[in-house]
Design a binder for this molecule. Structure first.
Ligand code: 5AD
Ligand code: SF4
Length: 443
């Protein structure tokens, strides 16, 4: 037991799945120190901001929320305010944070998450703030006590960092080079999670397909996926993110071999124009992307694909944009995350000619969102009358219904007499509303 029993923590997370899981590791560290979770921010003795810097609005969001704590810190001078995550890892950002928010007590980076306990203890022993951001990635630290909050889903990192340097992206600068976890550790972690009753395991990496290419292991991603899917027990397996330059037939063959692997691939295309893809340094063409989709569907005709798309990248003409629209229509994505290009300091794209005006960006994102939504709605309507297997994840208080997703990630709501969170249930869909499905348990 630690020395601060009954003290409470509150973690504010921004950004992606990677960050959500990292917050589970932060919670594990804080609980090991004796902290308990607070229900509200105002109850907390320590508040940790796990920031994201992938787009400007994520950063602004964090800036706003940290700034709002000035008053609380005045009322509660012993309150510890900790800032970590991608933003602190950005060049020059800690200085800005320090200046803007002198009441921050501790700052750490994504590359020294494991030091958090030491840093908090050091801060408790001194008046001065503690700032320690590791500049270069070190050896992988295995976390055994993440405090998971997403039951029945569990996230498992397989590769950290990214080597791709897509010209718009800040991730390689803030998360360092690719480091693959040892396959034995991954398999052990998944076995433990399945034994604990987790029903959906998602293997995480910025580019899962390049697992092992750092030379840290001989194992390829396809081999790892095969090994994890061979673990006994009732669970679903997902993986993300796949990079179109590396996604391959070996992976699809493994998917076909194991019904446990969801027939859903998250394959960010970013743009449908070869000119833009090349400027983005994505290292594949529109044609290659479409070939991959064809290959996937030749093995698994039922497979669905989700994607990420950026509009308004420097130099994007109306013609380029229309090629993205055409690709969206051709692939018929199950869903797509759409973003307006956000210049990130230090990336190649930030200094490129041809930055697009906000008006044009807005117009394109609105048109794209409309198209994507129309496609998703159409797909939803096709669900009506069908029976689908849903893994129940939660109870929606507002709707008074249980909810969960099918293997394609589609959200379904349904009533149930007992608490069925963590159970696989068959639901007959009676109604589709936008992206959500509604139905009744049928088997
Ligand atoms: N601007 C807009 N979107 C971005 N993404 C990454 N960097 C940027 C940026 N600078 C998007 C990409 C990526 C997703 C996680 O975020 O689409 O796949
Ligand atoms: Fe960023 Fe590209 Fe790496 Fe994805 S693959 S994290 S978009 S650099």
């Amino acid at each position: 037991m630690g020395d601060c029993i009954l003290e409470k923590y509150y973690i504010v997370t921004y950004g992606c799945q990677m960050n959500i899981h990292e917050s589970e590791k932060i919670a594990g560290i804080l609980r090991r120190m004796g902290y308990e979770s607070a229900k509200e921010l105002s109850e907390a003795d320590i508040i940790v901001f796990n920031t994201c810097c992938i787009r400007e609005n994520a950063e602004n969001h964090a800036f706003g929320n940290i700034g709002a704590l000035k008053k609380l810190k005045k009322q509660k001078p012993d309150l510890l305010i900790v800032v970590g995550g991608c933003m602190t890892q950005e060049k020059g950002k800690t200085e800005i944070l320090k200046k803007k928010f002198p009441f921050i007590d501790v700052m750490f980076g994504t590359l020294n998450l494991e030091d958090l306990e030491t840093l908090i203890r050091r801060k408790k022993a001194q008046k001065k703030k503690v700032i320690e951001i590791r500049e270069k990635e070190g050896e992988i630290v295995e976390f055994t006590d993440a405090y998971r909050t997403s039951y029945p889903n569990a996230w498992v990192n397989i590769v950290y960092g990214c080597n791709n340097f897509c010209s718009y992206c800040i991730v390689p600068y803030v998360r360092g080079r690719e480091r693959s976890r040892n396959p034995e550790n991954i398999i052990r972690e998944v076995k433990e999670l399945v034994a604990q009753g987790y029903k959906e395991i998602t293997l995480l990496g910025q580019n899962v397909n390049s697992y092992g290419s750092d030379g840290k292991t001989e194992c390829t991603f396809a081999q790892l996926l095969d090994a994890v899917a061979s673990i006994d027990g009732e669970f679903r397996l997902r993986f993300m993110t796949s990079h179109p330059k590396d996604f391959n037939e070996d992976v699809v063959k493994v998917m076909k071999k194991h019904p446990k692997i969801c027939r859903l691939v998250h394959l960010p295309v970013q743009s449908g124009s070869n000119t833009i893809l090349s400027a983005m340094n994505r290292r594949y063409t529109r044609e290659k992307y479409l070939e991959e989709i064809k290959m996937l569907r030749s093995y698994l005709p039922e497979a669905e694909v989700t994607t990420d798309i950026i509009v308004g990248f420097p130099g994007e003409t109306e013609k380029d944009y229309l090629q993205t629209e055409a690709l969206v229509k051709e692939v018929d994505f199950a869903s797509a995350f759409t973003f307006v290009y956000s210049p990130r300091e230090g990336t190649k794209a930030a200094t490129m000619d041809g930055q697009i005006s906000e008006d044009v960006q807005k117009d394109r994102i609105m048109r794209l969102v409309e198209l994507v939504n129309a496609q998703t709605r159409k797909k939803s309507e096709k669900y009506v009358g069908k029976e689908i297997e849903i893994l129940c994840e939660d109870y929606d208080e507002k709707k008074g219904l249980y909810m969960g997703r099918d293997e394609f990630g589609r959200m379904g709501y349904f009533p149930c007499e007992h608490n069925c969170i963590g159970e696989f249930v068959w639901v007959k869909i009676t109604k589709a509303n936008g992206i959500s499905l509604f139905g009744e348990i049928c088997r």
